[in-house]
Design a protein around this ligand. Structure first.
Ligand code: ATP
Ligand code: MG
Length: 568
């Protein structure tokens, strides 16, 4: 588990082996006077998720620290899964997180160069065309404990290989009939070195190159060379690529091109969160969520719509740190950083999510008044606002109990409480419908307690939020809970899958919440703390006269408890 101290979010204060390594290369002038160059290389086959935020912060953040530059490079070598929608969303999300790239690159821009390099390897006797089927290739490959077997096509002549590869490119052969493979070592202990496939035939339209190509390089034949072409000095990636590093180096050495250095770090995993783009796409396609930017999704667009801020995400990612072993971080830690950020920046407002009418019997009929309320007690410069008060108001259903349980300090018959910044009220009686549900609570108020304090020094144990009934606006409120029921969504019984752990109650819609009237002016991007309830933001589904709020987070912060339990 990673340490979390929200106060020390300055990136320079947190040690990080990637930074130490780059600092050492700068000190020894490993790359001469060349600038530090990094890249963020997403495959445009889905929206970015919170795990990508970690890679982005490292790629851009570390280059920045050392006066270097970062490219955004789309690893678009697989035409069948990639779409322009993803290319656009990825750029938007990187910018939203607060970063900008030096150059926008595409692996597909290098298809011509990669093809030339493939020809060179064939001519050097380092690559061959193989006619085995995909299944046969897999069988011939061997296992971790058994060496592989040479393909019967491994010793084709250079001429034959050149002829076949050129004809593959010209579209003479059907999909899957042949591949180009590197000729390395079928007995290598590293399976990636057992004559990996470099090119496959795929008669598919590419989102950028259209129908120019019908052979496409494999990721492993494109990635290292793309780094090299862009003179990437430090190619940071996640640990699953460690075993691919020898292959990337092999290609670079055979081709005699710029040697980028690959450094691996751990993936960010969060409890209750699934981060595979392939599985997230399934959630969208099968309508388990509404869209990629559904506020329950762990995508950056989902977090944005939910009201999370780039500042909090960056602070969290930095504090979660980097290591060389994969682990899992409590999602509550991310939420803690977000609350901390919103506590400072969100304006306060009063909103009643589950309204119960409170009638003040001794309040003069027809009277109304304005009470002054601080916009943010954490930030006096945020000023105050006037909120209308009258003889009929809404309070939360939970703030009244006809028969109070022990230690219930909120309103109940005969009990006096404070209505925030307004008056003391004492409950007197209830009105019920024919089913016995309470529809109204009647109370009396103490006119001398205006502002929320009684001149005789009388104390009350509870302060409640409220909204004047005549002035309230109605709003739809969307409450989100965790998308998965288990800390590890992949912990499912045999025969089932991750979907069996979906939380059926991850979204609750309240159609008739009552809000103080100032919220009628709330705009997209505005963030609020609804007093005693949580943090909320305006959802893009809002329309004139129909405002929709998303709950970013409830107020209660469980991270402090987790920290205490863990003895951090
Ligand atoms: P996924 O498996 O979630 O679909 P991916 O690794 O296939 O992700 P890419 O588009 O290839 O996604 O990722 C771009 C970069 O982001 C890569 O360098 C990858 O290592 C990094 N990355 C992806 N997921 C994470 C994560 N959970 N934590 C940190 N870095 C990540
Ligand atoms: Mg990938």
């Amino acid at each position: 588990m990673t340490n979390a101290n929200p106060e020390s979010t300055d990136t320079h204060l947190i040690s990080n082996f990637l930074r130490d390594l780059i600092a050492e290369d700068v000190r020894t002038k490993k790359y001469g006077d060349a600038q530090i160059q990094t890249r963020f290389p997403p495959e445009p086959n889905g929206y970015l998720h919170i795990g990508h935020a970690k890679a982005i912060c490292l790629d851009f953040g570390l280059a920045d620290e050392f006066g270097g530059k970062t490219n955004l490079r789309f690893d678009d070598t697989n035409p069948s899964k990639e779409e322009t929608e993803y290319v656009d969303s990825i750029q938007k999300d990187v910018r939203w997180l607060g970063f900008d790239w030096e150059r926008l690159c595409y692996a597909s821009d290098y298809f011509g160069q990669l093809y030339e390099w493939a020809l060179k390897l064939i001519k050097d006797g380092k690559a061959y065309v193989d006619d085995l089927t995909a299944d046969e290739i897999r069988q011939y490959r061997g296992t971790l404990t058994e060496p592989g077997k040479d393909s019967p096509f491994r010793n084709r002549s250079v001429e034959e290989n050149l002829d076949l590869f050129v004809r593959m490119k010209q579209g003479e052969f059907p999909d899957g009939s042949r591949v180009l493979r590197a000729k390395i070592d079928m007995a290598s202990p590293n399976l990636n070195m057992r004559d990996p496939v470099m090119y496959r035939i795929l008669h598919a339209t590419h989102h950028r190159t259209g129908d120019t190509w019908c052979i496409y390089p494999m990721y492993d034949f494109a990635h290292g060379q793309s780094d090299s072409i862009e003179h990437v000095t430090h190619s940071m990636c996640t640990l699953e690529f460690t075993d691919h590093q020898p292959l990337y180096r092999w290609f670079i050495e055979q081709l005699g091109i710029f040697p980028s250095e690959q450094i691996e770090f751990d993936r960010l995993n969060l409890t209750y969160t699934m981060m595979s783009k392939r599985k997230l796409l399934q959630l969208v396609k099968e309508n388990h969520v509404n869209a990629w930017d559904d506020p329950r999704m762990p995508t950056l667009s989902g977090f944005r719509r939910r009201g999370f801020t780039p500042e909090a995400i960056r602070a969290f990612v930095t504090q979660a740190g980097v290591s060389r072993t994969n682990g899992s971080t409590d999602v509550e830690m991310l939420e803690h950083f977000q609350r901390d950020d919103l506590n400072h920046r969100a304006s306060r407002a009063m909103a009643v999510l589950h309204p119960l009418k409170l009638v003040i019997d001794n309040y003069p009929a027809g009277q109304e008044e304005l009470v002054e309320v601080a916009n943010n007690p954490e930030d006096p410069s945020a000023g105050t606002r006037q909120v209308p008060f009258s003889g009929e108001i809404y309070i939360e259903q939970d703030d009244f109990r006809e028969i109070p349980p022990p230690k219930y300090y909120r309103l109940s018959p005969g009990k006096e409480v404070r209505l925030r910044n307004a008056y003391f009220v004492t409950a007197r009686s209830v009105v019920k419908d024919s089913a016995g549900n309470i529809t109204e609570v009647h109370c009396t108020y103490d006119p001398a307690s205006r502002g929320g304090n009684s001149p005789d020094g009388r104390k009350v144990k509870s302060t409640m939020h409220w909204v004047s009934a005549a002035h309230a606006i109605s709003a739809e409120i969307r409450l989100y809970d965790k998308l998965f029921l288990k800390p590890d969504p992949y912990d499912f019984p045999e025969g089932e899958d991750v979907l069996s752990n979906l939380n059926p109650n991850s979204l609750e819609i309240l159609a008739a919440a009552k809000l103080e009237p100032s919220l009628a002016n709330a705009k997209l991007g505005d963030r609020f703390q609804f007093e005693r309830v949580g943090y909320f933001c305006v959802d893009p589904d809002s329309a004139p006269g129909k405002i929709v709020f998303n709950r970013t987070l409830p107020l209660k912060d469980s991270w402090a408890k987790i920290e205490k339990k863990a003895g951090i």
